[in-house]
Ligand binder design. Sequence first.
Ligand SMILES: Nc1ncnc2c1ncn2[C@@H]1O[C@H](COP(=O)(O)OP(=O)(O)OP(=O)(O)O)[C@@H](O)[C@H]1O
Length: 613
Amino acid sequence: MSSASDHLMVQNGRANSSKVPVGSGVLESTVIRNNDIEANQRAVTVEWMNSIVPNLNFPVRASSEELRACLIDGTVLLQLLNKLRPGYACKAGSSSSENVRKFLASMDELGILKFELSDLEKGSMKNVMDCLSTLRAQFSYMGVVSPIGGNKYGSPHGDASSNGLSSSPTFREEKQKFSPDSKTQQALRSPVMTEPSAASMHHVVHKFHEVFQLKQGRYSDLSAAKISEMMKSNSLDNAPTQSLLSVVNGILDESIERKNDKIPHRVACLLRKVVQEIERRISTQAEHLRTQNNLFKVREEKYQSRIRVLEALASGTGEERGVVMDRLQQIKIEKSKMEEEKKTGVEHVAKLIKEQEQRDVELSDLKQELKLAKQTHELHCLQMETEAKAAKDGLEGRMKELEILLEDSRNQVRVLEAYSQSKSNMFNKKEHIFKSFVEFQFGALKELMLSSKSIKHEILQVQKSNLEEFNDLGVKLKALIDATGDYHIVLAENRRMFNELQELKGNIRVYCRIRPFLPGQAAKHTTVEYIGEHGELVVVNPSKQGKDRRRNFKFNKIFGPESTQAEVYSDTQPLIRSVLDGYGVCIFAYGQTGSGKTYTMVCICRHSIISCN
Ligand SMILES: Nc1ncnc2c1ncn2[C@@H]1O[C@H](COP(=O)(O)OP(=O)(O)OP(=O)(O)O)[C@@H](O)[C@H]1O
């Protein structure tokens, strides 16, 4: 047992052995001792929980609130229960209260005084710790037969002597070897070995059904090896008591039926083993009952001491009365404080009532505002509905228009698709034409390239021939240039000679041109009598006599009435050449009006333009 447990036992011993004195000091010391006992009991229980639930490591001297925080969700309680009752396999639920209820139901099943859910939530933790302490004590001291085995598979409540086993010589001999005390101590020393788990119990039951119950009535036929195997294994220790009793009854019935009072040796050994096991369990159970009895005695002593304390208080001395008066004074002070708090509370309530009235007024105002807002909102809703209806109608109309537009658009799309298709066909045709054109152009280009090559070749040949011709022409041109030089010299000489000839003809020359009669002139009577080849002119004036009648004139040349403009120009043409050669020349006409000056100089011909030219 742990140190905490030892300490608890010492404290329990002191509490039990001490006599309760009369007076408040005694009361206080008793209360303190009871508190110490509870604290130690709690520490032992916590240490026991730490040893069973893995990784719990809860502080041994934890406070009530710390314990409450640890146990409130019920998972630790269910873990504890699953460790103590492996076959129970109680899973944690969705809520903490569900877990705690499962644990409490299991406590009901085990017959342990349980606590209430409210105790764990907000009440005293003492009831909780008492329950856990009882659970610890039950599983620690019951040892051999667990509450599960006892309840589920039958407990050895029956008296062993009733089966006649106590009268058996074999039983008496073995009973001396395996006394209850030694077995109990063994059970207390190794509770795990003597306490069958649910899983092992199930296995053993199955095995016993196979080996014993299925072959009931034929125990004598069991082989020695089978019996020794069963006796060697520890499965007999873990077997349910009901099965063990069934085996004993079966063997005894078999022996009675045979009526020869002989039991085979191996069956007798098995019988002895089974009886020893039953005896051990009975003794363990008796030990447990004694332990429980002691616990109940301890509790009775505790309650007796409390009763005595209360009686001492009830019949206390003057000193106690003083203590009581002091206590009463304190209570009065607390009462006055509470009355003040109550007064403050009343004022606070009045204040709250006023505030509530204000809130009511505000609430009524708010209700009015809410009503107005509701009406406004309803009007607004109606208006909105009207607008929504109008908008809906408009949207429907718009939808119809859009549908018509959509249909038009689809038609246009179809037209455009057809147009696009025709365009595409046209483009394909054009592409085909263009390709053929390009091919034709490529062919033509090739022909052109070939012809270009031939032309280039011809040009080169022509250039070659031209070069030859140019060379020949150069030679000829050189000869011509030489000849031209001679020509210029000859020309200059000729010009010089020409001008000299003009000078020889006379620098001042007088020509006479006789105008013919103009059409429409009445008297066509001429006065020119003679025109000589070398410029002689004879004019006759019939109105005069003598030498004035005939007058002779001499000119460089005379142009008669039949002379043309060409004839006049041919005689003056060399003068123009002299002008070009740089000589000064002046030609002017002289005569009376209408004599033909302009006609001769300007050459405006009215009748014979050709002749003028
Ligand atoms: N040789 C000619 N042959 C025929 N007609 C001529 C000839 N000479 C002059 N005429 C005619 O005579 C007319 C007068 O000629 P023109 O005007 O040349 O005279 P003019 O001397 O210039 O006169 P004016 O001094 O008044 O200017 C014109 O009608 C012209 O055609």
